[in-house]
Design a binder for this molecule. Structure first.
Ligand code: NAD
Ligand code: UFG
Length: 338
């Protein structure tokens, strides 16, 4: 089985490629390297001792994508490629809709023209919006999203659902990720954000390594056990293993499947700071700041559908997530080499 992995050189994609290759699946990576370094490809090869094809191509390049499908025997696609910074999407909505939504339309058209109708899509818990109460289940109403990034995910979910209605030969899996953190156990692969990190864990690790002075905690007056925001952090390797199961699912039967990938447990910002300090032996200075626009108090999954239907559940706890994030950051203070 050969899986085309769009965005396969990025954070979640690279970890997923390692688990696919370890499971004996062949991969072909397509990435435009907008938000990653080519050296992540070498790390995937070194970790798995397996070779594979990779292409520098933008998913919006219809001809380029068609040529890849014509050259490689692709059975299914895992579609990670996309822009993902919530704040930036507010400043650059056209770029986000073009890259994420238009990019997906081009990909789907090329897939259909080449007779490949199996896709696993990287969606997000953000599609549950502001009003649903955690634990979040897949049957809850989605769409109350507050920023262009989240809207691209919601729109792509709608497009894929309409596609399935029009042609039942498709097999489509929407994976709604909660908050991926952590890194590969080897310390050779991890998250390598450009500039100032938007997300909590990369910010914490950069404080720990001395790149940033202190963490700003966005609000301590939420209705949570310590007033700071609660999220469902999931180890990126558990998330990657969820994709191996999802690919098997779309390979085995036609249908439209939706799964939360989370642990079902919520941790506050201060819980994560404490867990990280314990795992790393570093002190993380922090300051309470005003709330960040668009944030909600609490967001965590009910992951039981993925367990029942895919036989998947997250195994790695918050300590392991923190230890692995720290190993990656401390061994690669400047991220991947150029
Ligand atoms: P990432 O930026 O590390 O990976 C995305 C990859 O896609 C990058 O390597 C980038 O260069 C590539 N890419 C972007 N646009 C492309 C294009 N037009 N053509 C080809 N390649 C392109 O991000 P990630 O954290 O690994 O996220 C992967 C996916 O999961 C994204 O779709 C993201 O929206 C989604 N997601 C991420 C999170 C999270 O917290 N990390 C949460 C929910 C959903
Ligand atoms: N936080 C801080 N300080 C920081 C960064 C974050 O206090 O410097 C807090 C936030 O306010 C929030 C929590 O830490 O309470 C987690 O914030 P992240 O930015 O790490 O993650 P979000 O839950 O806001 O969003 C992430 C991804 C989205 C995705 C969503 C659900 O960034 O793309 O998870 O999957 F949609």
């Amino acid at each position: 089985m050969a899986v085309l992995v769009t965005g396969g050189a990025g954070y979640i994609g690279s970890h997923t490629c390692v688990e696919l290759l370890n499971a004996g699946v062949d991969v072909v990576i397509v990435d435009n390297f907008y938000n990653c370094k080519k050296s992540s490809i070498d790390r995937i090869k070194a970790l798995t001792s397996r070779d594979f094809k990779w292409y520098e191509c933008d998913i919006r390049d219809h001809e380029g994508m068609d040529a890849i499908f014509k050259k490689e025997k692709i059975d299914s696609v895992i579609h990670f490629a996309g822009l993902k910074a919530v704040g930036e999407s507010v400043q650059k909505p056209l770029e986000y809709f073009d890259n994420n939504v238009n990019g997906t339309l081009v990909l789907l058209d090329v897939m259909r023209n080449n007779g490949c109708k199996k896709i696993v899509f990287s969606s997000s818990a953000t599609v549950y919006g502001m009003n649903n109460v955690s634990p979040l289940t897949e049957d809850m109403q989605v769409g109350g999203v507050t920023n262009p990034y989240g809207r691209t995910k919601f729109m792509i979910e709608c497009i894929l659902q309409d596609l399935y209605v029009s042609d039942k030969e498709w097999s489509i899996c929407l994976l709604r990720y909660f908050n991926p953190i952590g890194a590969h156990k080897s310390g050779t692969m991890g998250e390598d954000p450009n500039g100032i990190p938007n997300n909590l864990m990369p910010y914490i690790t950069q404080v720990a390594i001395g790149k940033r002075e202190q963490l700003g905690v966005f609000g301590n007056d939420y209705d949570t056990h310590d007033g700071t925001g609660v999220r469902d952090y999931i180890h990126v390797v558990d998330l990657a293993l969820g994709h191996v199961k999802a690919v098997e699912k779309v390979d085995g039967e036609n249908g439209l499947f939706i799964y939360n990938l989370g642990t079902g447990k919520g941790y506050s910002v201060l819980d994560v700071v404490k867990a990280f300090e314990k795992a790393s032996g570093q002190t993380i200075p922090y300051q309470i700041m005003p709330r960040r626009a668009g944030d909600i108090a609490t967001c965590y999954s009910d992951p039981s559908k993925a367990l029942n239907e895919l036989g998947w559940k997250a195994e790695r706890d918050i300590e392991e997530m923190c230890e692995d994030s720290w190993r990656w950051q401390s061994q690669n203070p400047n991220g991947y080499p150029d």
